[in-house]
Design a protein around this ligand. Structure first.
Ligand SMILES: Nc1ncnc2c1ncn2[C@@H]1O[C@H](COP(=O)(O)OP(=O)(O)O)[C@@H](O)[C@H]1O
Ligand SMILES: [Mg+2]
Length: 324
């Protein structure tokens, strides 16, 4: 039996579920916003043994030991019907309780183990590790100090970008918020001086042939080129294609073996079995590592019909070939 943990609107999870049905593989899906509404958990310790069971309305309780594979994608904390003043406390308590369920399931069963998702998500650390294993990474400054930013700008002859430390695209449940990667010029440098800012990642601007999304599942590596340079609006940040309704050409590519090995090594360094890695192919012919998304979206790649990612994920869950 597989455990699928997600939210009600996640497309990637829907893709997975459709295929699980087609392949006749038994699973239990729980959407975390529905915790306490349509499913519950019972965690108890008695006589030196811990028992954790998940109980979904209308179904038998399942002890976590019955799960031979577990998948998690973008769990959301339920929007509890609790007074505003107590909401943060309640959300924290719910989040911590959910965490205890995930941790009652062995890390090797998960794709990816939730605690490892947390450990893998820091971009500056990822850049350091990528650099240390032999990936090319852009020169980087992380911070908010105007003098340091100006020095970095000058050292790169004014060819730098700024982007979010955590991530630039967010969805607060109602609307998308965008803080796209931006080129920095004299005017934006002046505004950084005037307004106290939050820290950002500053990097030398890589002249790109195209962007690349790499999906790693176990030892499978799926690479997709994104022709971001075809349109002025998407040259710096290809994700603005959504805002401008620009369909970008995307197609399957074969990466050089060295880059494939580096993507696998990056994933292993963080003890992950899945990752979505963003690379760019520079005009200088070099592949640059930008970031690793340990729970990154793969549904849009599947939609292109050029890679069969969901069967690879299901195979990894069914065989449960945890490599840790
Ligand atoms: N140093 C850089 N030079 C040129 N483009 C960049 C650079 N860093 C990021 N980008 C562009 O910004 C977009 C998002 O990059 P990414 O590093 O994956 O940030 P995020 O964490 O917001 O997803 C992509 O289109 C990527 O090509
Ligand atoms: Mg990215």
């Amino acid at each position: 039996m597989l455990l699928i943990v997600s939210n009600k609107t996640d497309l990637a999870t829907d893709y997975l579920i459709v295929r699980l049905h087609e392949r006749g593989i038994p699973f239990l899906r729980i959407n975390t916003e529905d915790y306490l509404l349509s499913w519950d958990v019972c965690f108890s310790i008695k006589e030196s043994a811990t028992h954790v069971e998940i109980r979904k309305d209308g179904q038998e309780s399942l002890p976590v030991e019955c799960f031979t594979g577990a998948y998690i994608r973008q769990p959301k904390i339920p929007d509890l019907n609790i007074a505003d003043g107590d909401k943060e406390f309640a959300k924290r308590e719910v989040g911590e309780t959910l965490k205890s369920i995930w941790r009652a399931i062995d890390d090797s069963i998960w794709l990816n183990a939730p605690r490892r998702l947390l450990l893998a998500s820091n971009k500056p650390e990822q850049l350091t590790i990528a650099n240390s294993i032999g990936f090319k990474v852009p020169d980087t400054y992380v911070g908010a100090n105007y003098e340091s930013i100006k020095k970095f700008y000058q050292a790169h002859s004014g060819k730098i970008i700024a982007k979010a430390v955590k991530h630039g695209f967010d969805f607060d449940g109602y609307k998308a918020r965008v803080a796209a990667t931006q080129k920095i010029d004299e005017a934006s440098l002046a505004s950084i001086k005037c307004y106290a800012t939050i820290p950002m990642i500053f990097q030398n601007h890589i002249e790109k042939e195209y962007d690349i999304r790499v999906i790693v599942v176990g030892s499978d590596v799926f690479a997709t080129a994104i022709e971001s340079q075809d349109h002025e609006e998407t040259k710096t940040d290809w994700r603005l294609s959504d805002c401008y309704k620009i369909p970008l050409k995307q197609y399957k590519i074969n990466l050089p073996q060295k880059i494939v090995s580096l993507c696998l090594e990056m994933t292993e360094k963080f003890n992950l079995r899945y990752s979505a890695i963003d690379l760019v192919l520079g005009k200088d012919g070099a592949y640059y590592f930008l970031e690793l998304n340990p729970n990154g979206q793969w549904a849009w790649v599947e939609q292109l019909g050029i890679h069969n990612i969901r069967d690879s994920i299901i195979d990894a869950l069914v065989v449960n070939k945890g490599r840790m």
